[in-house]
Design a protein around this ligand. Structure first.
Ligand code: HT7
Ligand code: ZN
Length: 874
């Protein structure tokens, strides 16, 4: 496999003035005819090299004359001795019906559809398939009328008609120059709902959602979310939609969440289809967020795109941040922020620490599909958030306006973005700050505090630390960053001692001092998670309880509560001061004083705190085993698992009365009500139910079963099922079987059924997973099914996947070996649990490395998988 380097970037030797594509779709083959107008940018160049994969070349002409001056290889077509300006026509044969990669043109449930990002267009025709080659597209699609009544492509429909032999055609023209990765085509027997919305300038835009006919009644929410997205981007950033039509098509077999193709988004059906019976409130939230994300790409990504794939975060980081602002406006700032914090701290930090560590702007890759990562997306979004934090909302808006004005219609770099934002704000983001884009790894910020009662002064010393990472292994590779740290001081009763301020740490250490403090204050640091760093700040348990109860910053409260819980787990393991690698017998009870204080704080949250219910639910949810394991890396998984179970059960028992009291109050909202108040109420009640269920006694099983039986909507039904899923009880079996009967013909809801089975923390779950893999509704070619069953077991069921026998690892490596022959990009993604072997004890490490070694020796092996596995064994 070949490595690509950012340093090797060269602009293309040709521009493409325009392209005309003609697709003849048949059940057993597709013929693609292209006419591309090329112009040299460098007249000394003789040959034109186009990329192409899995194409059968039928003919090549230059300026309408057939030619044989070309060479074809597995990766492309080279045309020899081309003129300075010419039209190249090619005809190729492709097989979408056999395409299981889900990249290029493929078929999903009898729908023809495309996925061209990042390098799928080369699987459709020979082309300069790189994002800095932008051109306008005219597309003709011809297919059978009965099977494919709907024919769609980007832009505006210019003509449609009969093509004889029960076939018809449609012609589309997209007036905006775009890179090939934004090309899209859909053909199928689809139903559609639509709505006309009007921009602030009074232009009508037709919004359309297409789905398989059976599911069109689940598309209303998506259509509403799309309209809200258009309005929000105009109101917030003054960015209006530019075509007359915006189409979204729901596809069952899809490698990612969705794709922002110009004017024709393709979506994983999971992020379009929803009704209160089949989807949870969280599903609705995700749908709105992803519809927003793809829509916002119309400016951040489509109008201004990436010069090369190393710049991926230019569009993704910015759009992640824009979708975060949108979702925060649709819910609450704190709720959305905690979701982001969890993704960054619980997952991106792990990526940073592992073998695939890379900067937000990587400098090399083997397979770009492997770099659609949490680092590029989420850490990239955090960088934009830091800019926002440092310059303020209004200046940020001016910066963004300048960026779009300067670069509209261009393919640019992360430097171009940083320059525009610097120019607008007067803050230099192109120097030291820019290291956030080029340096991998998670910085640690240490905070030391010193109170001097005599002088009534309080000092906070901040220092930054950077460890080597897999890709930047020398300490010399790591330099100090610019780190904005928001803070505030409270007294021990939770009264504020100062307004929130931000210190921008540029040096390796800095001290700030506060005077006139008659008592030692309680510091609230890194408020709203103001920078993507690990914070090391030793605070007393009493201070942490003060923060949980009284701080006005949800992130700090959440983090303080996690530290308290971590300390309780640590006490249970009994190894707080002398870390050991081997499991030891866990004491059966938490020290009474610890439990009393903890219960006091939980009771405070339940009965006295007036935080919005949706945010309170986040505080009440206990962290997963995976989070505890990350917080306590010095302890073996088994010891942490035992201790977390003991703590959860103790807390559930102690909190039983107030939780039951909360649950026995009547619901104020209907289950089908999707208003914010109704969603908040459900989230809070279900958090209480979940906490109670850790008791695992007969009462809590009966309560959960009752909740299941009473449930009308999916939110309550799934919450009850998950509570029952803690127990190997007949009630759980009954609920699972009822769930299957209700939802066997709804693929999205059925994925939940697979996932609940796979997440059960029982020793026989692995056998259940193996058996469900042969279930008639399970398909290895459908990524959603693979993620629901295997993804849940291997990524969310830590205790069972990492069973000391190693059988979880063997299950996963067998799966990956098979998947690599079907869908390499999915196979590579599924490998991530194995690549984290460094986090585990020696015995598990050996077993995981054995599985990885088997995989690296596969023949053949895809570039996607090879890159991940070889780097994790290096
Ligand atoms: N820009 C899109 C990325 C994407 C993708 C990447 C690789 C393989 C398949 C894919 N489908 C979509 C989605 C987004 O970030 O908006
Ligand atoms: Zn995106």
């Amino acid at each position: 496999p070949q490595t690509q380097y950012l340093a090797d970037y060269k602009r293309a030797d040709f521009t493409i003035e325009q392209v005309t594509l003609d697709f003849s779709l048949f059940d057993n083959q597709t013929i693609v005819t292209s006419k591309i107008v090329f112009k040299k940018t460098n007249n000394r160049v003789k040959n034109l090299h186009l990329t192409g994969e899995d194409l059968t070349l039928l003919s090549v002409s230059i300026d309408q004359k057939e030619t044989s001056h070309y060479e074809v290889s597995d990766t492309g077509l080279t045309i020899k001795q081309v003129p300075n300006e010419f039209t190249l026509s090619t005809q190729v044969l492709i097989h979408p019906e056999k395409n299981t990669l889900l990249s290029g043109l493929y078929r999903s449930n009898a729908i023809f559809c495309t996925q061209c990002e990042a390098e799928g267009f080369r699987r459709i025709t020979y082309f300069l398939d790189r994002p800095d080659v932008m051109t306008t597209y005219q597309v003709r699609i011809e297919a059978d009328k009965t099977q494919y009544p709907v024919l769609l492509s980007n832009g505006n429909l210019v003509e449609q008609g009969d093509a004889g032999q029960n076939r018809h055609f449609a012609m589309w023209h997209d007036p905006f120059p775009k890179p090939s990765y934004l090309f899209a085509l859909v053909a199928g027997d689809l139903a559609c709902i639509n709505k006309t919305t009007t921009t602030q300038s009074g232009r009508d835009v037709l919004l359309e959602i297409y789905t398989e006919k059976a599911f069109i009644n689940q598309a209303d929410y998506a259509l509403g979310a799309l309209e809200r997205s258009l309005k929000w981007d105009e109101e917030t950033f003054n960015l209006a939609y530019d075509l007359d039509r915006y189409m979204i098509v729901a596809i069952s077999d899809f490698n990612a969440g969705a794709m922002e193709n110009k004017g024709l988004n393709l979506f994983n059906a999971k992020y379009v289809l929803a009704s209160p019976e089949t989807a949870t409130d969280k599903d609705f939230f995700n749908i709105e967020n992803i519809i927003g994300h793809e829509y916002f790409h119309n400016w951040s990504g489509n109008r201004v795109t990436c010069r090369d794939w190393f710049q991926l975060s230019l569009k993704e980081g910015l759009t992640v941040f824009r979708d975060a602002l949108f979702s925060a406006d649709m819910t609450t700032k704190g709720y959305k922020r905690l979701e982001e914090v969890r993704t960054v701290r619980d997952h991106q930090f792990i990526e940073d620490q592992g073998p695939m560590s890379h900067p937000v702007r990587p400098s090399s890759y083997i397979e770009i599909n492997n770099f659609y990562t949490l680092t590029v997306y989420e850490k990239g979004g955090e960088i934009i958030r830091m800019m926002y934090q440092m310059m303020g909302a209004e200046t940020f808006k001016r910066g963004l306006a300048l960026y779009f004005e300067r670069h509209d219609g261009q393919a640019v770099t992360v430097e171009d973005f940083a320059t525009a934002m610097s120019d607008a704000s007067g803050i230099d983001l192109t120097g030291q700050f820019f290291r956030w884009y080029t340096q991998s790894g998670t910085p640690t910020v240490r905070v030391n505090s010193l109170y001097d009662a005599q002088s009534k002064t309080y000092k906070l010393t901040f220092s930054q630390h950077h460890l080597p990472t897999a890709d930047q292994a020398n300490q010399a590779d790591k330099q100090d960053l610019v780190i904005p740290i928001a803070y505030r001081l409270f007294d021990e009763a939770g009264q504020s001692l100062c307004d929130e301020r931000t210190i921008v740490l540029t040096e390796s250490e800095k001290t700030i001092e506060f005077g006139s403090l008659s008592k030692r204050p309680v510091a609230s640091i890194l408020r709203n998670f103001s920078a993507p760093v690990r914070l090391h700040f030793e605070q007393s348990i009493d201070d942490l309880h003060t923060l949980v109860r009284f701080d006005d910053d949800l992130f700090v409260r959440y983090d303080a509560l996690h530290h308290i819980l971590k300390s309780a787990v640590s006490q249970l393991i009994g190894q707080q001061t002398t870390p050991q690698k081997t499991p030891q017998k866990t004491p059966q009870s938490i020290p009474q004083s610890t439990l009393t204080q903890l219960v006091g704080t939980y009771e405070y949250l339940l009965t006295k705190d007036n935080t919005p219910a949706i945010e309170k639910a986040e505080l009440l949810a206990l962290p997963s085993l995976s989070v505890f394991f990350s917080l306590l890396p010095e302890h073996p998984l088994d010891a942490v698992d035992q201790a977390v179970k003991t703590l959860s059960a103790a807390l559930a028992q102690q909190m039983s009365e107030p939780l039951q009291a909360r649950l026995s109050t009547p619901c104020e909202h209907e289950e089908h009500d999707l208003s914010f108040a109704a969603v908040s109420e459900r989230s809070y009640r279900n958090a209480c139910l979940q906490l109670l269920s850790y008791a695992g006694d007969t009462d809590s099983i009966a309560r959960a079963k009752n909740a299941y039986d009473q449930a009308q909507g999916m939110t309550n039904r799934l919450a009850a099922l998950e509570a029952l899923n803690q127990t190997q009880s007949p009630e759980r079996e009954a609920a699972l079987s009822d769930f299957y009967q209700r939802f066997e013909s709804d693929p999205q809801a059925l994925d939940k059924w697979f996932a609940v089975h796979a997440s059960a923390d029982f020793p026989n779950t692995i056998d259940t997973v193996k058996s469900l893999a042969t279930h008639p509704k399970f398909q290895l070619t459908n990524p959603n099914k693979v993620r629901a069953l295997y993804g849940t077991f291997c990524m969310r069921n830590l205790a069972q996947f990492h069973h000391p026998s190693g059988q979880g690892y063997r299950l996963l490596s067998d799966l990956i070996a098979t998947l690599d022959t079907i869908n390499p990009s999915l196979a590579a993604r599924m490998a991530s649990p194995l690549t984290q072997w460094q986090r585990f004890d020696d015995a598990r490490q050996d077993l995981m490395k054995t599985a990885l070694t088997t995989l690296v020796n596969l023949q053949p092996i895809s570039d996607d998988l090879y890159e991940i596995i070889s780097k994790s064994l290096a």
